[in-house]
Unconditional design. Structure first.
Ligand code: OAD
Length: 251
């Protein structure tokens, strides 16, 4: 099938398997939002890591040292994400969910685009950038406008507020990672889409799926450490590969 600029080959064995499958787990990373113009983390030319050192921005230590710099960075990312729209890759996953009896979408992305696209059973492993909590007491809050130029503070304890995302060195939300691990172990088909498969514990999820006997599929224009271990590699951008896959299997 020719779709957009690339030729997407969907192996028949995979499309046949998907028509009869009950339990599917999808793990997504920054690559699935690349076509919504949100830069990925690790891509050399365009990734956030090229312009900024995340270890100086996305850690509790960084926030302690320079909360203003960290907030500036997150405000910039919030604006970028507010302006972004779900792309055909997000929308294809909504359609896939409609055809699969037990479908779990696990995402490392904090941009909320899967839910905005219409995906329902979504586990956000790294939080959501639009939410805010207190750095000291942990209470989740609606962010308050406050005075321009001042850092937002918790109304309960007076502590500084921070974005409610998982920073390096912090634990993932327990319910999300436990749910993701259980779903991965029971998956019949597992997709790893747009992730460099480097950051733990998310990078272990496809390995649990392999141990559980799942058919594992990678969708990524580039090779990753997972590529050699999966049954199917669909090389290409998620926004082209996923619509092509859904069309071949269900239309
Ligand atoms: P990365 O930036 O590490 O990887 C993005 C992946 O997307 C790469 O493998 C690209 O080849 C691939 N990619 C790029 N464009 C794509 C496209 N159009 N379609 C499909 N794939 C594409 O992002 P993640 O793997 O998500 O965590 O990074 C994992 C975690 O590392 C992030 O959640 C973040 C970071 O530290 C935290 O902030 C806690």
């Amino acid at each position: 099938m020719i779709l957009g600029m690339i030729k997407v080959e969907i192996p028949e064995q995979l499309s046949d398997a998907l028509r009869n499958v009950r339990r599917v787990v999808v793990l997504t990373g920054a690559g699935v939002s690349a076509e919504s113009n949100i830069p990925t983390f690790r891509e050399a030319q365009t990734g956030l890591w090229e312009k900024y050192d995340p270890t100086e921005l996305a850690t509790p230590q960084a926030f302690n040292c320079n909360p203003r710099l960290v907030w500036d960075w997150y405000r910039w990312r919030r604006e970028l994400i507010s302006a972004a729209k779900p792309n055909p890759g997000h929308l294809a996953l909504v359609e896939m969910e409609a055809h699969i009896p037990e479908f779990t979408l696990v995402t490392q992305n904090v941009d909320g685009l899967h839910r905005r696209a219409g995906s329902k059973n979504v586990l956000e492993l790294h939080g959501n950038i639009m939410l805010t909590k207190c750095f000291d007491c942990g209470r989740g809050v609606e962010i308050e406008a406050g005075n321009p130029g001042e850092l937002p503070r918790c109304r309960d304890c007076g502590g500084l507020l921070r974005p409610d995302v998982v920073w390096f060195g912090e634990n993932l939300p327990a319910a999300a990672i436990e749910g993701a691990m259980q779903a991965a172990r029971q998956a019949e088909v597992f997709f790893s889409i747009g992730t460099s498969a480097l950051v733990q514990p998310a990078a272990s999820l496809p390995l649990y799926a392999i141990q559980g006997g799942a058919t594992v599929v990678e969708v990524n224009p580039a090779e990753t450490p997972l590529s050699a271990q999966v049954q199917f590699v669909l090389r290409g951008p998620a926004g082209e590969v996923l619509p092509a896959l859904v069309k071949v299997v269900w239309e």
